[in-house]
Design a protein around this ligand. Structure first.
Ligand SMILES: C[S@@+](CC[C@H](N)C(=O)[O-])C[C@H]1O[C@@H](n2cnc3c(N)ncnc32)[C@H](O)[C@@H]1O
Length: 253
């Protein structure tokens, strides 16, 4: 199958980094996008690894910005308020974010002071996340009293079934259709993500693994109008466009 993503060949100091990424991800290294080649490019721009869609007339690069999630809070650790924090629960300390994606929810969880392991199975998304996390590690503006998350590049369905230290909570946010009310940036992120990773059609299997792994609860983010991923969540917390379904430990399919 033709790759959907290529790596932009770089020159000077960045050349080695781009070449190494191309070998690591097994993706072609190219100078300029071709009409018959991949439209999506991983490119180093402004000190960040970005994903760019060259079919857009003015292709604006998108990157993992965990710092943006953390900067939303004037002080750290961020207060555990609102539907997301309520769904995660007051007694939760350790979380596996099993669908890390662009790392936006990951940033919120880190800012709230949880100990988080992020899992992502798409090597392209994982490379973007790794870059975002390495920027976070050296950014003294946002380094607060929180622990840097660990990134695991794996299919969470398998990863969750073989854990030495099960987490209190597993958080799931599988793909769902774009919302009209979302911002242009949020829609672009989702469109690019869907093109890279597809539709997460095995989400029920992921949910089953999460139920077996979490010692306290599984939290699933859903669009506000969509049915639950499984029947009868034990609790539900509604946000503006999404809701969080909570499944307490003890449930078995
Ligand atoms: C909707 S996105 C998550 C967005 C993320 N919550 C955020 O705030 O940016 C879903 C992501 O989960 C990943 N994913 C889906 N199923 C997975 C699995 N079984 N194991 C690991 N990653 C998975 C997809 O590759 C995709 O990057």
């Amino acid at each position: 199958m033709r790759p959907k993503v290529a790596i932009r060949r770089e020159h000077g100091l960045k050349a080695q980094r781009a070449a190494a990424l191309s070998i690591r991800l097994g993706l072609p290294l190219i100078d300029t996008p071709q009409a018959d080649g991949p439209a999506l490019m991983l490119e180093y721009r402004g000190g960040r690894l970005t994903l760019c869609d060259h079919r857009e007339r003015r292709a604006r690069p998108v990157f993992v910005d965990i710092e943006a999630s953390i900067r939303r809070y004037p002080s750290l650790p961020a207060p555990k308020r609102g539907p997301f924090a309520q769904a995660i629960g007051r007694r939760t300390r350790t979380i596996i974010d099993a669908t890390a994606g662009w790392g936006q929810d990951l940033g919120l969880l880190v800012a709230m002071g949880y100990r988080v392991t992020a899992v992502e199975r798409s090597p392209v998304m994982a490379a973007l996340l790794e870059d975002g996390l390495s920027r976070l590690a050296v950014n003294s503006d946002v380094r607060g009293p929180f622990e840097l998350p660990r990134l695991v590049v794996a299919d969470a369905i398998h990863y969750l079934s073989d854990l030495h230290e099960p987490p209190d909570c597993v958080y799931l946010d599988p793909m769902f259709p774009p919302k009209r009310k979302q911002s242009a940036l949020a829609r672009r992120r989702l469109r690019l993500l869907r093109e890279v990773v597809g539709d997460d059609e095995d989400r029920r299997r992921l949910f089953t693994s999460a139920r077996q792994a979490a010692t306290k609860r599984v939290v699933v983010k859903r669009p506000d109008e969509a049915p639950p991923i499984a029947d009868h969540p034990d609790e539900t917390y509604a946000g503006k466009l999404v809701r969080y379904d909570v499944y307490m430990h003890g449930y078995r399919e």
